[in-house]
Design a protein around this ligand. Structure first.
Ligand SMILES: NC(=O)c1ccc[n+]([C@@H]2O[C@H](COP(=O)([O-])OP(=O)(O)OC[C@H]3O[C@@H](n4cnc5c(N)ncnc54)[C@H](OP(=O)(O)O)[C@@H]3O)[C@@H](O)[C@H]2O)c1
Length: 329
């Protein structure tokens, strides 16, 4: 079947090892096939191509952690991408041997993907295929950062770093819908304006001094914004961290952390129940994922280049099947 795959890895030139080609993986016994109607791209796909989180001995590997599609009986589903190890009992994100699709098992940027039955969530008909395909990584992660890791409540103030990103735009939309005061930062004026259109109350230049300190910061940028994130927090505030696009080893600033009783809450993806919950929240509020663009499989190379250059606002969606084939790359 046609797919987007990692053929080789290069930390400095991730697109060199990307191939749009054919691969026919052997799924584990009992896993359920899903015909992919839409899959969305994530920074995770670039990490895989750079050789981070995907060991070279698993290549070639089909990319993609997110999908919405159809089962052989016609049921419409969203795929939960967190695959626990076979003997794990308990919350799947806490399994040290868990993997995401495309890390051990073939990913979603393909005509078909196979998952365990428990990783299927019924797709709500209110969402389009493209919208539903944004949920399993970016929207699930943002939901859990806001309402679980940071434990935010209506009326509180949250700062979202790196406003243009997939997780960040999800966080802005969900936070506004939940009655939070939403501030964000971005490196470009165009993305700051877009963030305000999306629902942010105020958008600041990256690293700018804020009018007052905030209850929580959502951090996926890493080294470039970490020091600002700690300074932005009120005493007792929480930084929820789920990513480090610009580097994962910033100065810890421990003096500030203990003297101001700051909480650093690491979080990754979310549970199946949280995936159901974020879909319910979108349906109930009428909020819809921000789709930057929709491309066919042949458009994945250009789309990932745009993502690597920070030139995306929201989510890029891929249609791997016939609908996508009708689109120009
Ligand atoms: N742990 C998890 O479960 C999980 C889930 C999803 C994502 N993540 C991680 O979270 C990160 C974001 O993912 P994504 O898919 O949302 O990526 P993305 O769409 O590529 O967004 C990254 C954003 O980071 C900001 N940024 C990048 N480099 C920067 C720099 N040097 N200085 C300031 N800002 C910078 C940019 O915002 P502006 O251009 O607006 O400034 C950019 O839009 C990635 O590292 C990803 O691996 C983790």
């Amino acid at each position: 079947m046609r797919c987007a795959l990692v053929r080789s890895q290069d930390p400095d030139d991730p697109l060199a090892g990307l191939e749009i080609g054919e691969l026919n993986p052997q799924p584990p016994a009992g896993w359920v096939p899903v015909t992919v109607r839409a899959a969305s791209l994530n920074h995770h796909d670039l990490w895989s191509l750079r050789g981070i989180g995907l060991p070279a001995d698993r290549l070639p590997m089909i990319l993609g952690t997110d999908a919405a599609g159809v089962l052989d009986d016609g049921s419409e589903v969203v795929v939960h991408s967190v695959i626990p190890s076979p003997t794990w009992h308990g919350e799947e994100t806490l399994d040290p041997r868990r993997t995401l699709l495309s890390e051990k098992h073939p990913g979603t940027l393909a005509e078909r993907v196979w998952v365990p039955a428990r990783n299927l969530v019924p797709k709500d008909p209110a969402l389009s295929w493209a919208e539903a395909s944004c949920l399993p990584t970016a929207y699930l992660t943002a939901y859990r950062m806001l309402f679980d890791a940071a434990g935010l409540r209506p009326g509180q103030t949250v700062l979202v770093q790196g406003a243009g990103g997939g997780v960040a735009t999800a966080a802005i939309l969900l936070a506004r819908a939940a009655g939070l005061r939403v501030w964000c930062t971005s490196r470009t004026e165009a993305k700051r304006s877009r963030a305000v259109e999306l629902g942010a109350h105020q958008a600041f230049e990256t690293g700018a001094r804020l009018p007052e300190q905030v209850d929580a910061v959502l951090e996926t940028v890493g080294e470039a914004t970490w020091s600002h994130s700690l300074k932005a927090l009120r005493p007792g505030g929480t930084v929820a961290v789920a990513g480090a696009t610009s580097g994962a080893m910033p100065p810890a600033d421990l003096g500030r952390v203990f003297f101001r009783s700051l909480r650093i809450a690491g979080t990754t993806m979310g549970t199946r129940e949280q995936l159901v919950a974020v879909q319910q929240m979108l349906v109930a509020t009428g909020v819809r994922p921000l789709v930057d663009s929709v491309v066919p499989l042949d458009g994945v190379r250009d789309a990932l280049a745009r993502m690597a250059g920070g030139d995306v606002v929201g989510k890029i969606v891929v249609e791997p099947g016939e609908a996508g084939a009708g689109r120009a790359a």
